[in-house]
Design a protein around this ligand. Structure first.
Ligand code: F6R
Length: 276
């Protein structure tokens, strides 16, 4: 399936945009507003969805706005970032199940328009390559939602990953498995060790990226992402090379940023977010 060529407000920006919000709910609603605006202008848009806790306020806000009749996803498509390998089919913590439960099943997005990596196969490398190709065939992701790991991962691109990586089979670090044990009754043994994840090179092809992070545990990763050197050690830093990335944080996650006053002033100078 090939997508039409129309482009959604291709805006060139001079820097990563940093927006500080008072709490996760405000951050979520700001992103939901932008998604509504995208689908109003381009009903066939392709959404990139993330799992984990950070996007949940976005999904709550998006559900409210959909229920209020502000937006339709009937002609849209969605791809997730990643999927665990090794969970039984239909496991409630598989990312396909999570995304359906938290957002997709509550919208008018046709079920066949949600695509997630296929971990139930003997050919995981083939499944990863097919996923990368499916995103390309859809015309690429218009709007990618991201969270960030405490170690700077995006998707499941753990420290050391190639900055140009495509969708691949990856191994979760012990710290990521520990962080995610909360979704598996706190039992580390239940957390898979492997995943299929969009690569950094794949994520970088999204036309617009919004990364959301809240709470003090994300402060170091945010400082590295925004002001550190680009390095495989902090995979999210590759986003410094992306032409249109917005980072939305609360005060706690922003606490390690040296140029905070500048970011506040820059955002305050624009009347509405990325007004065009
Ligand atoms: C989720 C994902 C991860 C999470 C990250 C932060 O699909 O790929 O990169 O975004 O681990 O997770 P939370 O938001 O739970 O802190």
């Amino acid at each position: 399936m090939r997508r039409r060529e129309e482009s959604y407000r291709e805006v060139a920006v001079d820097a990563m945009e940093i927006i500080i919000q008072p709490d996760p709910e405000h951050a979520g609603d700001l992103v939901a507003q932008e998604i509504v605006r995208l689908f109003t202008e381009k009903p066939t848009a392709v959404l990139g969805l993330a799992t984990g806790s950070s996007p949940l306020p976005i999904y709550r806000a998006l559900r409210r706005r959909f229920e209020a009749g502000e937006v339709s996803f009937a002609h849209g498509m969605a791809f997730t970032l990643d999927e665990y390998v090794g969970l039984p089919y239909g496991h409630p913590e598989s990312y396909r199940a999570v995304i359906r439960r938290e957002i997709a099943d509550h919208l008018d997005l046709p079920p066949e328009s949600l695509t997630t990596p296929q971990p139930h196969t003997d050919d995981l490398d083939g499944a990863a390559a097919a996923y990368d190709q499916a995103i390309r065939d859809a015309g690429g992701v218009d709007f990618q939602i991201l969270g960030i790991g405490e170690n700077g991962h995006i998707g499941f691109n753990e420290p050391g990953v190639s900055l140009g990586s495509r969708t691949h089979v990856g191994t979760l670090t012990p710290s990521t498995r520990e962080a995610n044990a909360r979704f598996f009754e706190g039992d580390l043994d239940q957390v898979p060790t492997q995943c299929i994840t969009q690569g950094l090179g794949t994520i970088m092809e999204a036309r617009q990226i919004v990364l959301v992070a809240t709470g003090p545990r994300k402060a170091e990763a945010i400082a590295q992402l925004v002001e550190g050197g680009v390095s495989q050690k902090w995979p999210a830093t590759i986003l410094q090379h992306h032409p249109r990335t917005t980072v939305i944080v609360d005060e706690e996650a922003a606490a390690g940023l040296e140029l905070l006053d500048h970011y506040r002033a820059s955002y305050g100078a624009v009347p509405t977010w990325r007004a065009t």
